[in-house]
Design a protein around this ligand. Sequence first.
Ligand code: ASP
Length: 422
Amino acid sequence: PAGHAKLDAGDRSHALGVRCFQNRTHAARTIATGFRKTAATTDKTAIAATAHGEYDDIRLPRTRTSMQRHAHRDTRRQITRSRKATMRIHITYTGGTIGMVESPNGLVPGADMRGWLRRLIEDAHLDPSLFSFTELDPLIDSSNATPDNWQTMADDLRAHRDDADAFVVLHGTDTMSYSSAALSYALTGFGKPVIFTGSQHPLGKIESDATANVTGALNAAMSGRFHGVGLFFGHHLFAGNRVSKSSSWAFEGFSAPSTGPLARTGTPWHWYAGDSAGSGCGWASPLPCSRHDVAVIDMAPGISAARLAAMLDPRPEAVLLRAYGVGNVPSDEPGLTDVIADVLHDGVPVVIASQCQQAEVLLGHYETGDAIARAGAIGSGDMTLEAAYAKIMFLLSQGVDAADFGTWMRRNIAGEISPSSM
Ligand code: ASP
């Protein structure tokens, strides 16, 4: 594919193709089609985590004898093991704390991610030649991510679509849930699991959660039970468009307030009902995702119409208004709802989300949400902020105009919204 070429295993020095999106340059270096063997086998945790994770939980008919059940279980384990042993995995490394090192100005990318991954794969008794690895250039702190970076990730995954059976994306935690939501829309027809992960501590620290998260992501990707775009973190697997970063420090740093996780680690892993990311109507042949002018604005007690109007002048392409509760705004504040109605009148879609992490926006449920509902504001249902924002960016990138915007925001594209909340 354009912008990619393969390097001999071990050669990191040659920059490869360069892609340009909206005047920004992103070079992607495909580091290796496999990882060379080394003698180092230090990561015992990785071995343990993978060994424990490899047995999917098995529900057996109660009528079987215990001998039959054990035989059945052994067969399932053998099948799972042999499937995993031959699966080809592609890893896309985008940056984030996981691969950072200390610098005089704070943490920056710089760890030997490739070497660390190679040891981890070998310690888990997986065949390194079945792994390929792309390191995006530049590696970024995900606070710097834009929709152009989402597209770079999608391009890398698509470029390796036929060479791998499952995909893991290593990403900073700060905006990982925006990227995983965005890719869930961009990759509806991808047909292979893509699991995002990262860590709260760099991989080089003794207290790091990097090994547990990467082995967990690999297990989820290789499980055969998950399809779609997911995010693994802190012992849990989530649908990529249902998850938010909920802690800046805890190892269980992500949660899915509206749906809960899809699975949690253990011996065996426990898969909850509906073990795959939800499906939706999909999006055939999506156009590249690009940056658009979307204003994300929070309501706060005391906000005036003049302040809100100033924030919306000049007009953005779309507004994501974070209101209270089920989508309420201060209706007694003189002129405030008129500002929103004027924006809508100018053909700018206004999506109303909630400041509640666990929310179901029901515009018009209260008088405080009624005026904006009647003016044409669009409720975000039970979508996370990240899923709603990435969806707005995705729809603008597809050229969806104001007339169709509400229909698409309410339509389930990739499992991001529950039918009951639309
Ligand atoms: N600032 C980092 C990032 O998002 C935080 C992390 O990875 O945990 O890239």
